[in-house]
Ligand binder design. Structure first.
Ligand SMILES: [Zn+2]
Length: 124
């Protein structure tokens, strides 16, 4: 069983759109990051200002990391669409539930394999 082409096309469009949005967010994050400000080195701001900047820098870094991870997920999903392996569980090779893909189009595992993986992680 495979996805009908029109469904795949829609998923592909949605993922491409999200990818574009992430790219835009990432470049605006870079522009806002005080650490990428070249004037910062000459800035004799009080130490509290530095502390505030540091927090927001950390937050931005965390957000950037998350967005980049999401980007990798999307790119991999797009690659799977191209190869024709999209929607197949990486572990048991069965088709991933439609409802699951509707919620999480970049899912790699079916519901039961994902549960097994989660319990493994928790059991550590
Ligand atoms: Zn599975």
């Amino acid at each position: 069983m495979n996805f009908p082409l029109n469904v795949l096309k829609r998923i592909h469009e949605n993922l491409s759109r999200e990818k574009h949005k992430i790219n835009t967010t990432l470049s605006s994050l870079k522009a806002q990051d005080p650490f990428s400000d070249p004037d910062r080195l000459n800035d004799n701001a009080a130490s509290d200002t530095d502390a505030i900047e540091e927090i927001s820098h950390e937050r931005m870094e965390a957000l950037e990391k998350e967005l980049k991870r999401r980007m990798v997920d999307i790119e991999e999903a797009l690659e799977r669409i191209k190869k024709g392996t999209y929607g197949r569980c990486h572990s048991c090779k069965k088709m991933i539930e439609d409802e699951r893909l509707a919620i999480n189009p970049t899912a790699l595992y079916c519901v039961s394999c994902e549960r097994k993986r989660e319990s493994k992680v928790k059991g550590k």
